[in-house]
Ligand binder design. Structure first.
Ligand code: FUB
Ligand code: ZN
Length: 630
């Protein structure tokens, strides 16, 4: 049973208190707010996604259009738009949301049910929706859609103070609580998400009922209480607390693990805690692409077997990367361990960022580790960036993350301040009741120098916990799935306070500086931004004899456009001299890795996230490794 007095022991500093002014991220965030969100709404208009609400609400005539879970796309964009409003207020967007929410409210049935494919014409629903409410839960997305609606409603309320969408969400959740539960229908959604939404609703309303319902939906998985189990594809093969291997559809799975972390934190349930940790170890130790991507298989958009990490055929859906960020952030908040932020950061700069073009108008749905310029599984899984998809879950997830990115930088616990990401920003914090201002200035990820200015009005004792990224300390990701060939020494990491080099205690992946801070203090961190060669555990057949390149948190890739010879044939000698070069002319300014392989061949590698912006061609992250032995 829930005990809502509990919460995550560490609290994130709200994104609204942190202003990013960063040469790497600001443009991305602005583009997301000014270009991606409007274009996502336009696509939703032109594809009937928004009309579906008007039709269900009796505001216009017509049949349901599109895939049976398209309502969710609109909810996700509203959530992103709510963050965008807080990033930079835009009265037209605010008014547009009001109009949209009026259509959504009209589409809600009298008892609270909200699912336009059925409401528009209950006798002519898409086959996947099932003939009657809840009759095909493993497929219908009836509960998935509204989970996104709850998240949007909470975000909209926080952004605007308006309760319009929150009222729809509460009415819907109250209704669902009368239908499902120990005394009601004991079935589970085919696609997890409602659990995350219910937890957010519980937080904003203070009503434990929603937390209990979230746990009910999780507790019921893998237990046949009168219904057929959905199987491993939808993580309905075992009770969640007995699951210890990540299987099935990756986005469903990681949304579920995210909700399991919420339940562990908000109820103190140790079985949930143990299970979510075991699942994390399985994902990170055996199933994580070097880019932070998860879900190796096209078939079922699913996790593969342990150590099955293919290149050309890797799926690594953008949504799964976003889910991985949500999940790892929560595990950090639960434990205070930097290793979760290591996974988050790797995913953010690589497997997530590849999913959206620099223009903010084109997206990758899948993020393979290699491309032959031809491979297609189906139209949605294109080898080129696309402006939209029939199933547009990825673009509409991207807009939930970027405008709220500043919320991942800092966190506080009692008299501790965690600095997790290195992004230029200024922040107003409250540490154990005392106001503290923090400024970060850095050219990260291109440069490893980070300058922090800490300003307090009064003498304020707290521990400053600076994350030492795993890559800087010599470990690409926790576990042994990947390792560097060249491990830097600890002396490569330098920390200074007011110009003096210090040697702080390292705990849980953080350099801990305990001090009573008064006035203005300068703190400087130097991280070694050198080229690193990564190799994988020999149990990964697809990566045997291969090597990849990284600098800082960035994974590099070879693309045909930069290399004269076939990038699939390039072999990198362990002794080849490589250097980092500034390329202000490429992709808004990047650093490339360049080198000479032998008298004829040269190599140029670009950040993986930037691939696919030019003519269709070959790309690879992993290349053959030449050692003195071969
Ligand atoms: O089913 C909804 C979304 O569509 C999933 O999260 C994605 O993987 C895609 O299948
Ligand atoms: Zn997706």
């Amino acid at each position: 049973m829930s005990n809502s007095k509990l919460d995550y022991p560490i609290q994130p500093v709200a994104f609204t208190n942190v202003r990013i002014q960063d040469s790497f991220w600001s443009q991305r965030i602005q583009t997301s707010c000014e270009v991606t969100i409007p274009s996502n709404f336009e696509k939703s208009e032109s594809t009937g996604r928004i009309d579906n609400f008007a039709k269900a609400g009796g505001l216009m005539e017509g049949a349901y259009e599109g895939m049976w879970f398209n309502d969710s796309d609109v909810f996700k964009i509203i959530e992103g738009a709510a963050y965008a409003l807080q990033y930079a207020y835009n009265p037209e967007l605010d008014a547009y949301l009001d109009g949209l929410i009026a259509k959504i409210a009209a589409a809600q049935e009298a008892d609270g049910y909200l699912y336009t494919p059925r409401t528009i014409d209950p006798d002519n629903v898409p086959e996947e929706s099932g003939p009657s409410r809840w009759s095909k839960l493993y497929m219908s997305h009836e509960l998935y859609n509204v989970g996104h609606m709850y998240e949007a409603a909470v975000a909209h309320f926080q952004a605007t103070g308006k309760q319009s969408l929150l009222n729809v969400a509460i009415k819907n959740a109250d209704f669902i609580a009368t239908v499902f539960g120990p005394e009601g229908i004991r079935d589970v959604p085919g696609h997890q998400e409602i659990e995350i939404g219910l937890v957010r609703l519980a937080r904003i309303t203070g009503n434990d009922k929603y937390l209990e319902l979230a746990q009910f939906f999780l507790d019921e998985r893998g237990k046949a209480n009168g219904q057929r189990l959905g199987g491993a594809y939808l993580q309905d093969h075992l009770p969640v607390i007995e699951q210890d291997e990540a299987v099935g559809h990756a986005v469903r799975a990681i949304y579920m693990y995210t909700a399991m972390a919420d339940i562990a934190a908000l109820t103190g349930d140790t079985a949930y805690y143990d299970a979510v940790m075991a699942l994390w170890e399985n994902v990170v130790y055996q199933k994580l692409a070097i880019t932070g991507g998860t879900g190796a298989l096209h078939e079922g958009e699913a996790f593969g077997a342990n150590y099955h990490l293919p290149n050309l055929t890797a799926y690594n859906e953008t949504c799964a990367a976003i889910a991985n960020i949500f999940w790892n952030h929560r595990l950090f908040l639960l434990t205070g361990e930097a290793k979760y932020i290591d996974v988050l950061e790797r995913t953010l700069y690589n497997g997530f960022l590849s999913g959206v073009s620099l223009s903010g108008t084109e997206f990758f749905y899948v993020n393979p580790l290699a491309s032959d310029g031809k491979y297609h599984f189906n139209a949605d899984n294109s080898i080129t960036r696309q402006p939209w998809f029939n199933c547009s879950c990825c673009p509409t997830n991207v807009v939930r993350l970027l405008p709220s990115l500043s919320g991942y930088i800092y966190a506080v616990k009692d008299a501790s301040l965690y600095v997790n990401l290195y992004i230029s920003n200024s922040a107003k914090l409250d540490i154990d009741g005392a106001p503290v201002q923090v400024k970060q200035e850095t050219s990260y990820p291109w440069d490893g120098v980070i300058k922090l200015t800490i300003e307090t009005q009064a003498e304020t004792p707290f521990a400053l916990r600076l994350r030492i990224p795993g890559w800087a300390a010599g470990q690409p990701v926790p576990g042994t799935l990947y390792h560097y060939l060249d491990v830097p020494s600890e002396s490569d990491i330098i920390i200074k306070v007011n110009g003096d080099v210090i040697a702080p205690e390292i705990a849980d992946g953080y350099a801990v500086i305990k001090s009573t801070w008064g006035g203005i203090t300068d703190v400087e961190i130097h991280l070694p931004m050198m080229i690193r060669r990564v190799v994988a555990d020999e149990q990964v057949p697809d990566l045997e004899g291969k090597v990849a390149l990284e600098v800082g948190p960035i994974v590099y890739a070879l693309e045909e456009a930069d290399n004269h010879q076939d990038v699939f044939d390039l072999a990198l000698d362990d002794d080849a001299v490589l250097k980092v070069e500034n390329r202000p002319d490429l992709f808004d300014g990047i650093k490339v890795i360049a080198g000479t392989l032998d008298s004829q061949d040269e190599l140029v590698a670009i950040p993986y996230y930037a691939w696919g912006h030019r003519d269709v061609g070959k790309m690879t992250v992993w290349m053959d490794r030449k050692t003195s032995a071969n």
